[in-house]
Write a protein that binds this ligand. Sequence first.
Ligand code: NAD
Ligand code: MG
Length: 396
Amino acid sequence: MTQRITILGSTGSIGKSTLDVLARHPGRYEVFALTAATQVDLMLAQCHAFRPRLAVMASEAHGRQLAERLAAEGLDIEVRWGAEALVQAASQAEVDVVMAAIVGAAGLAPCLAAARSGKRLLLANKEALVVGGALFIEAVREGGATLLPIDSEHSAIFQSLPEDRSSWSRRIDHILLTASGGPFRERDPASLAAITPAQACAHPNFSMGRKISVDSATMMNKALEVIEARWLFDLRPEQIKVVIHPQQIIHSMVQFKDASIIAQLGTPDMRVPIAYGLSWPERIESGAAALDFSRLAQLTFSPADAPEQRARFPGLQLAWEALRAPEGTTTVLNAANEVAVDAFLSERIRFDQIHQVNLAVMESVQPEAPAHLEDLLALDARARAAAARRVQGIQA
Ligand code: NAD
Ligand code: MG
């Protein structure tokens, strides 16, 4: 039967890769809704190619612009805008699958809506789970949704685990998240202060959105992934380890109680975890090239917690600290990091000051245990305000 899909963030890197996979399987999937923040031209092209029933833009101005151009080209597609329209696109009764590929906490509300309405929820938007934590998982359980990881590391873990979820806690000793180490893996830590946004966004193996590119360069991306893994696989913080593996061939591994390790391998191509999320428990063609072992020179590994890596990437350790701190601390850390990365990308603070902002906000904003989405959003706003003050303090 045809699956109807909503893609939140269709104009981004993950959104485009998702459409690439869908285009290989006409008849199997039908696009119900596409959503984007500001890119009207690309949205128009995607509407031509995929004929969704609904297109959502972030603002009224962009929404009206899109509606006019669709009408001028004779395309009968409903256009909406704003946060409520995203929630509708994610929870409408006709929708079977939701790809969550918005960047940042902005994706939380539609993710929760998809979870509560029992969708197959493909989660690329890791910040939503980092912010939502226990509430997010509760919404998935209550709504009877199927939450499937798209982050390549978490997809690798998921592919390495047995299908019977109830056996996971009995069988898993710990998981090993692999990390590329980003473009500055071997740089003199003292030189990181001079890094420009363009340097930080030039990732060695992937072309990704700017926010995740900076997160990869600071290794805050791995910190967010540690927190994401805690919730996806119900692990204790000490059961999550990180190892640097620059080639990104092993996407992550699980070590079981008997010391046996199962890993998932492949070329670094996000279409593989996307195709797996779409087709699970089946497998469909993804468009990715397979590994050629005759040309694979070497796989190397090094500890992420070695003293020189701690000096380069002080943010990574914040993941375990935030997980052990009172509930809500991961929400605070994520908000601080979003503000700090934005300030770095607009050249208001230096690369190394991202960590200073994160640390200061984590230490100064005391969370109260969030019970509702509103509590999370209020805590997120409070942490953003504290981070903005810190950024201003640095600039002054
Ligand atoms: P991107 O910046 O390329 O795309 C983001 C998308 O979200 C765009 O379509 C944009 O229009 C939309 N968007 C941004 N802000 C919005 C807002 N406030 N309201 C509504 N829509 C908004 O980012 P990306 O690289 O595709 O990453 C998306 C998510 O997937 C991130 O959470 C990232 O961490 C995660 N992820 C990405 C990759 C990758 O390879 N790119 C890998 C793993 C996980
Ligand atoms: Mg990842």
